[in-house]
Ligand binder design. Structure first.
Ligand code: PAF
Length: 278
């Protein structure tokens, strides 16, 4: 596996891979890789492309009171995992490469970035869209792979790529779960053993709620019941709602393309999850 830490090295490596493999796929990550990331790499490889994984903990997507300094970092473990998966190139830029001195340009997405995470984490999607646009410009992949766990992020990146006429496909990959159903996330390691047990309850409530709203015209009661159940289990619920998948607009009822999205905190860990509800 090639490793690039500077733009000239990245450009040379990408040119070489494009010549030999024909196409490039990008898996953008912030490191602390788990099976969810590895599944993205596997999907990228299955497309036949040479696969580039980026590792960059992007300060622009963290708010001033968020967990940037404690975000898990494990460069050696990440590189070993990428190599084992057959990744062709790991791209590890530093902050000055991604945000040159005096930088004055960011990308702000409306539409799917409004509401939900966009309200709770102001500026978060500006950071995500900006870093993804930079990564796309650096690597120039034919496809980029994102997990559906961060459903709103996936829609924001899709919208941004469409609106900026970027010549790549954004591919969403189904959420990878622990055996008890908890969606895999780099932040799960911060759950205490008791919180970890409780955390598995989130997907149970989502599945029961999706079944319940499918059987009714009015979803208000099942949604309220779900919020109460989660609160009783010890979650602080930020939101639990039915939304149109691509636009993230609240629908209030299930149907084709509708997602049931939720965010809830246990201790110091925010959990995000979503499933189809139609
Ligand atoms: O999902 C993530 O890990 C990050 O938000 C991403 C897409 C790598 C951008 O920093």
């Amino acid at each position: 596996m090639l490793i690039a830490r500077t733009l000239p090295d990245l450009r040379a490596a990408c040119a070489h891979l494009r010549r030999t493999a024909g196409s490039l796929a990008l898996v953008p990550t912030m490191g602390a890789l788990h099976l969810g990331h590895r599944t993205l790499v596997r999907a990228a490889l299955a497309s036949g492309a040479a696969t580039v994984a980026s590792i960059f903990v992007n300060p622009l997507q963290f708010g001033p009171t968020e967990d940037l300094s404690r975000y898990p970092r494990d460069e050696a473990g990440d590189l070993a995992a990428l190599q084992a998966e057959g990744c062709a190139l790991a791209w590890l830029p530093d902050g000055a490469t991604m945000y040159p001195a005096g930088d004055a340009t960011t990308i702000s997405v409306d539409g799917p970035a409004d509401g939900w995470e966009g309200t709770i984490r102001p500026g978060h999607f500006r950071g995500v869209a900006t870093v993804c646009a930079k990564l796309f410009g650096q690597v120039r992949p034919d496809r980029a792979y994102f997990g559906e766990k961060d459903w709103q992020q996936l829609q924001v990146v899709r919208r941004m790529a469409t609106d900026l006429l970027l010549p790549l496909d954004i591919v969403g990959i189904e959420t990878v779960r622990e055996p008890d159903g908890l969606a895999m996330s780099s932040r799960n390691r911060f759950l205490s053993p008791t919180e970890r047990q409780t955390a598995a309850g989130l997907i149970g409530v989502l599945r029961a709620t999706a079944a319940s709203v499918a059987a009714r015209r009015d979803a208000a009661e099942p949604l309220a019941h779900a919020r109460r159940t989660l609160a009783d289990q010890g979650f602080a619920v930020d939101y639990l709602a039915l939304v149109d998948g691509p636009s993230l607009m609240e629908t209030g009822r299930s149907g084709p393309g509708v997602r049931l999205i939720a965010a809830a905190t246990l201790g110091s860990v925010r959990l995000l999850d979503n499933i189809p509800a139609g």
